[in-house]
Design a protein. Structure first.
Length: 235
């Protein structure tokens, strides 16, 4: 199953969510933010090399701590050499090898977001309770629906303990919404480039990432017939 993690707005926690979801699903995290990557950097070939035809996808997947990652290079030359048109084939090959492929995307709604969204089985929207982030997430939802890719869930980051925003989003759009609180566990994990399970296995944040993974698995169990129903409520 290919899960594309997106949301439109930068800085809302897409990369952190990608890494943690890949860990909880025992899948592979793919850094498809080809120009401004945030996932941990590997030591071997990366997605720039794969999309330029210099490496096979499976040869570029590395264990970084407790998570498999297809990382991204940091050079402008590498980004220019990468052929975005090769991304769907790359994700398909990974999908055959690994049970879950979790794809991190850049901010915005341009083609570098549209291609991974169109290539996915489902989309996971990531946002925060702030109005600009929510507006960007809703625009991204419309993009996903226009591309016939259902929105399986919303990860609502940096939520206060008394916020009713998760319930409001779920009621309005019919999309399962998981609230992930801002916490020391998440901050510690981000500093080391590790998933929360590795940084603090007793944290509330980990329980929420586990819940998010369970939502994705339930969507998967319903089968691809969900493409006609999941995430379409309220359109």
């Amino acid at each position: 199953m290919i899960i594309t993690v997106t949301g439109g707005k930068g800085g809302v926690g897409k990369s952190t969510t990608t890494l943690n979801l890949a860990r909880e699903l025992d899948g592979v995290a793919v850094d498809a933010d080809l120009a401004t990557s945030d996932l941990p950097r590997g030591r071997g070939p990366d997605i720039h090399d794969v999309l330029a035809g210099r490496a096979a996808p499976m040869d570029a997947v590395e264990w970084l701590g407790s998570v498999r990652v297809l990382s991204c290079g940091r050079t402008l030359e590498g980004a220019r050499a990468a052929e975005l048109e090769e991304l769907p084939r790359t994700l398909d090959l990974l999908d055959r090898k690994y049970k879950h492929v979790v794809v991190d995307t850049p901010a915005g709604l341009a083609r570098d977001v549209g291609v991974p969204v169109a290539s996915a089985d489902v989309v996971l929207l990531v946002t925060t309770p702030k109005k600009p982030a929510l507006l960007n997430a809703l625009q991204t939802r419309e993009l996903a629906l226009d591309l016939d890719t259902p929105v399986a869930a919303i990860a609502l980051n940096r939520v206060g303990p008394d916020s009713d925003m998760p319930d409001r989003l779920e009621d309005e759009f019919g999309i399962p919404t998981t609230a992930i609180p801002e916490s020391e566990a998440v901050a510690a994990a981000q500093e080391t480039g590790a998933p929360v399970r590795q940084a603090d296995p007793e944290s509330e944040a980990l329980a929420r990432y586990t819940e998010l993974a369970r939502t994705i698995q339930e969507c998967e169990q319903r089968g691809r017939g969900a493409r006609n129903s999941v995430g379409n409520a309220g359109r």
